[in-house]
Design a binder for this molecule. Structure first.
Ligand code: PLP
Length: 449
């Protein structure tokens, strides 16, 4: 099929996610035909650096030989069978490997297919857990301001944003919200220390006040990705974990974005040496190859669901493709590559290079208001006026203009409003980091005049 026909059919039949389709229909789509390593290649043969890991999920690069071989080998066995009433080899082996890797004490793996479903599973386990142990008033959740946990209705309840979800307000259960340190630091112009203190004081007070009604607190550990790469200190994460337990609620770590090395450790929870009661994984779990997700639970949570069948304590939840053998086989291969290529050990110098180049070449640009980085997760906040921290109005579309300028220079980015996100695959090479920064700098310069 030629590019023109594909583009016409795309425009005629497709509805793209998180996309104002009126804008989409006004220009020719970039259609990816193939990829290798950190490079995407379109149907016209043009090459682009995958600067956001194909929406934060690719880990070892595209078409990695080990992952490709694992997928082919599994295809020779079976593509899919159900986990309802049956087991399959790759899902067992991957669960065993995940438990060995995850914070100590997480012993049970419940599979699903997306970040949102991993969160949905965690929320439902938490609710039912509290009911099963007689805490019947604990029917609500706490979460952070501007948290993002996915787009199913339960996940939107804990990640509600007035801008995006006002049409859904009648369908979601609102969560109790905590203001994270970022808001105090950036919007209320406090020092990092004072911001942490203010956020902690608020968390203590709000969680104590609502404790009798809270089933769980859900947090994106260290980095609130979709909020605009809002980073919080390890001390905040550790304190929230402690507060949740002090007040009898479960602590859910949503590591859909931060998991599998993005923050510099395998899981962000490790930085604070905490074991969440429930851990949500997706995106990088399959190396970025296939839709796969998992919710890990402690044995204590799991045990609450045990009993005679007729008591109906079982977790009545599941999806058709849960524990898909192809996804699990490639997930297992991805963990092998982490070991073989010493991916995490190789990451330190890459993170340092990113920091060095950001500080030297991006921070001085006049419209860069703030740069936030944790590992290979980076947010560059663009502002109309740096001294007064005046944001660009949405109509200025500054993020989109930067992305367009980067694309013309062969780098794929995706903004979050006025925040330019860089999140390359862990496999990115030093020369590619340099190119990513060079192009980002030029694109920001062009878009901000
Ligand atoms: C922290 C977090 N949770 C959940 C999700 C939702 O994942 P998915 O798009 O796979 O449903 C995302 C996606 O960006 C995320 O960043």
């Amino acid at each position: 099929m030629d590019t023109e026909t594909l583009a016409r059919w795309d425009h005629r039949h497709l509805w793209h996610p998180f996309t104002q389709m009126a804008d989409w229909l006004a220009e020719e789509p970039l259609i990816v035909a193939e990829a290798e390593g950190c490079t995407l290649i379109d149907t016209r043969g043009r090459r682009y650096l995958d600067g956001v890991s194909s929406l934060w999920c690719n880990v070892h690069g595209h078409r990695h030989p080990t992952l490709d071989a694992a997928l082919r080998a599994q295809l020779e066995q079976v593509a899919h069978t159900t986990m309802l009433g049956l087991a399959n080899r790759p899902s067992i082996e991957l669960a065993h490997a995940l438990v060995a890797l995850a914070p100590v004490g997480l012993t049970r793996v419940f599979y699903s297919d997306a970040g949102a479903t991993a969160v949905e599973v965690a929320l439902r386990i938490a609710l039912q857990y509290q009911q099963l142990r007689g805490e019947t008033a604990r029917t609500r959740f706490a979460s952070l301001v501007e948290a993002y946990h996915g787009d199913t209705l339960g996940a939107v309840g804990v990640g509600y944003s007035e801008t995006f979800h006002r049409h859904l307000a009648s369908a979601v259960a609102p969560a109790v919200r905590l203001t994270p340190p970022h808001v105090f630091r950036w919007e209320r112009v406090l020092s990092a220390e004072a911001a942490l203190g203010a956020a902690l004081a608020e968390a203590e007070q709000v969680l104590a006040a609502h404790a009798p009604h809270l089933a769980a607190l859900i947090v994106e550990p260290l980095v609130q990705g979709a909020a605009g790469m809002w980073v919080h200190p390890v001390a905040y994460l550790a304190a929230l974990h402690e507060l949740a337990h002090r007040h009898g609620m479960l602590f859910i770590a949503d590591e859909v974005a931060t998991g599998f090395g993005r923050t510099g450790r395998m899981f962000a929870s490790e930085h604070a040496a905490i074991t969440p009661d429930l851990l949500c994984l997706a995106k990088g779990i399959s190396g970025g190859y296939l839709p796969l997700a998992a919710t890990l639970a402690t044995e204590e949570v799991f045990a609450a669901f045990l009993g005679p069948y007729e008591e109906f304590r079982a977790f009545f939840h599941g999806h058709t493709y849960t524990g898909n053998p192809l996804g699990c086989a490639v997930g297992l291969a991805s963990l092998d590559v982490f070991r073989q290529e010493r991916t995490l050990q190789a990451l330190g110098p890459k993170i340092a290079r990113l920091t060095e180049r950001l500080v030297a070449d991006v921070a001085p640009l006049p419209h860069v208001g703030d740069i936030r980085q944790q590992g290979v997760m980076v947010g560059i906040e663009l502002v109309a006026d740096r001294a007064a921290r005046v944001p660009y109005p949405p109509a200025a579309r500054v993020g989109q203009r930067v992305v367009r300028a980067a694309r013309a220079r062969g780098v794929i980015l995706r903004p979050l409003g006025n925040v330019i996100v860089l999140m390359p695959p862990l496999a990115i090479a030093a020369a590619e980091i340099d190119r990513l920064i060079d192009v980002t700098r030029e694109a920001i310069r062009e878009a901000t005049g």
